[in-house]
Design a binder for this molecule. Sequence first.
Ligand SMILES: NC(=O)c1ccc[n+]([C@@H]2O[C@H](COP(=O)([O-])OP(=O)(O)OC[C@H]3O[C@@H](n4cnc5c(N)ncnc54)[C@H](O)[C@@H]3O)[C@@H](O)[C@H]2O)c1
Ligand SMILES: [Zn+2]
Length: 362
Amino acid sequence: MRAIDIQGDTGDSTILVGEVLESLGKYAPLEKTAVITDTNVRRHYQKDFPSCEVIEIGAGEVIKNLDSVGKICQRLMDMGADRSSFIVGIGGGVVSDIAGFVASIYLRGVRFGFVSTTLLSQVDASVGGKNGVNLGGYKNMIGVFNQPEFVICDMNLLKTLPERELLSGFAEIVKHAAIGDPRLFSYLEENYEKAINLDPQVIEKLVSDSLNIKSSIVNRDEKEKGERRKLNFGHTFGHAIEKTTGISHGEAVSAGMVIASELSKKTGYLSPKEARKIESLLKKLKLPVRLQIDPENVLAAIRKDKKRIGSAINFVFLKGISHAVVEEVSINALDEAIRDLPDCPRDQVTVLTDISEVKNES
Ligand SMILES: NC(=O)c1ccc[n+]([C@@H]2O[C@H](COP(=O)([O-])OP(=O)(O)OC[C@H]3O[C@@H](n4cnc5c(N)ncnc54)[C@H](O)[C@@H]3O)[C@@H](O)[C@H]2O)c1
Ligand SMILES: [Zn+2]
């Protein structure tokens, strides 16, 4: 097991890579703990939950809203949860985002931790102290910064994850490698098959190296005033594609990273060879790289991005693999730039299997 520490203004957090769900009692006071989980995780793993109150919240992005928050708080009240209560979110990013938010506002805040059950949440969502819910169709509009006391990343739980959810996690790992770790990038190039097959050693290394990148950035810039913006590599277009096509976050970010690499190439920052390496790695990890999208809709979504500053946006370019830079660019310039790209994003189409699979239940 490896422990990675995060020191935030809102508290310290320890990420336990390779720890197991069954050891939860070492970190949370079980007699005072309420577990928040989703339907799929409960179905697979309730047998390994400690014996404490369990609040189940359905599953999927659709439940990440204020309505669920209200219902959970009501359940906590009904069960007599008080200031000394402890909340553990056991699930993927949806559960950790909601559970962390509830724990931050119930009685003005109670202690909390997570057991992270998807690859995406292990390498990204449950780490870094951002918690919150969607509002009116817009992602993460309501939320707080607050660090969980611990995050258990139990690799065994990934075995039941649907393949497309697993692949989504790889997109964030490629992102971490592409913005800050050339060795991780090479390691992925060499071990992608083992990674897809969930080789325990390879997965543990990928998760902990990825967390090293994210945690060191969060330690330097918890509130996203500067360096943390690099973690948005691929996400300006990724979020817009996710919103307009309905594909999963990781898949959209994969296509978004290809567009960001193309724009970095166009600006003269990234060599054609490096851009090809990024695209090729994503393809090896079975992620979509070029999607048929409607530039009008995508740009309209970017114009509503909550991270935009008036008519401009902080865009993450690569000045080489593992060297990210953030520059303010006008959204109009982005609009022109993507229309100019030779074969991106319109002409090459990766045909996805049925999109409804993205939201499937294992
Ligand atoms: N707070 C942050 O910094 C941050 C960062 C990135 C993403 N996010 C958020 O995370 C969310 C996405 O997270 P996600 O990809 O983990 O999605 P998710 O939590 O919806 O999980 C994906 C699917 O897998 C199922 N599942 C979870 N664990 C399983 C397991 N071990 N076995 C079988 N099925 C399992 C879930 O029920 C769900 O159907 C988004 O809402 C996104 O906004 C937050
Ligand atoms: Zn992401």
